[in-house]
Design a protein around this ligand. Structure first.
Ligand SMILES: Nc1ncnc2c1ncn2[C@@H]1O[C@H](COP(=O)(O)OP(=O)(O)OP(=O)(O)O)[C@@H](O)[C@H]1O
Ligand SMILES: [Mg+2]
Length: 261
């Protein structure tokens, strides 16, 4: 805990002083990691992707994760999203201790609580853009056509609902993946490089959508190599060699429209 964090912890006892009051409900955190490690494979060939990670994300917080390639950012999102289990430590998210869940319970958590934008979009090639957006939302009973169409429109793809992924550019596919995640209106939205394939104007549009969702109380975590995006975060987490190297708090996060890269 940094000195700054300690000061904030003290301030939290006084609601009038709490700098996070506007984006935290003061209740249970959205995400809590304690002593989390992740090793892929075993023996001498094992890769330690995460080591001893402690992290708390409050409900309604917008967190940006930065760090060099291979530092463990995607792995961290995958653990929080219940896509794979931690090797050690505890991961609590959406009020559940994920470490104790079996495969079925983790699937239910992913379905009901989490929206995921993968680093490599994971669209279903045989479904149109609109069908891809509806598919995931349908699993949670929010798959109506209007909602899916509105999500596509919010990422600037109103006219492309009938196109298949192969008929869309990389950036357009990425936006379909974002529409798919937001159509669920998830409690926790996890995005891996959501603006990676986008130009400035389109990227800003996507950030605006994420920021809007966050302002409506959803917790958002964004992994990126683009340090400029850190400006819109309440908190920035820097990863290095599988560890959390630094956590900084932004007093007044910028509006998505102000970000430039
Ligand atoms: N399925 C896997 N099997 C073995 N090693 C893996 C696997 N997934 C990730 N790793 C390793 O774990 C480490 C962290 O990977 P991770 O994908 O989390 O990095 P990252 O920070 O997201 O990188 P990038 O910015 O390139 O996406 C890397 O050394 C990577 O090679
Ligand atoms: Mg990654």
């Amino acid at each position: 805990m940094t000195r700054h964090d300690r000061g904030r912890a003290a301030a939290r006892n006084d609601p009038e002083l709490d700098p996070d009051r506007e984006h935290g409900d003061g209740g249970a955190p959205a995400v809590l990691l304690h002593g989390v490690g992740k090793t892929y494979g075993g023996g001498r060939a094992g890769v330690r992707a995460l080591r001893d990670v402690d992290l708390e994300v409050r409900r309604g917080e917008f967190v940006v994760l930065l760090g060099p390639s291979g530092s463990g950012k995607t792995t961290l999102l995958n653990l929080i999203g219940g896509i794979e289990p931690a090797t050690s430590g505890t991961v609590v998210a959406g009020g559940r201790d994920l470490s104790g869940l079996d495969e079925d319970a983790r699937t239910a958590y992913r379905r009901d609580t989490v929206g995921f934008v993968f680093q490599f979009f994971n669209l279903v090639p045989s479904l149109t853009a609109l069908e891809n957006v509806r598919l995931v939302a349908e699993l949670t009973g929010r798959g109506d056509r209007e909602r899916a169409a509105a999500a596509l429109e919010s990422v600037g793809l109103a006219g492309r609902g009938g196109h298949f992924p192969a008929q869309l550019s990389g950036g357009e596919q990425q936006r379909v993946a974002i529409a798919r995640a937001i159509a669920k209106d998830p409690e926790l939205l996890l995005c891996d490089e959501p603006t990676g394939a986008l130009d400035l104007e389109t990227g800003r549009g996507v950030l605006r959508v994420l920021q809007d969702l966050n302002r409506r109380g959803r917790t958002v975590m964004v992994v990126t190599h683009n340090a400029a995006i850190a400006a819109i975060a309440h908190r920035v987490v820097r990863m290095r060699d599988g560890r959390v190297a630094e956590v900084t708090t932004t007093a007044a996060p910028a509006a998505a429209g102000e970000v430039a890269w």
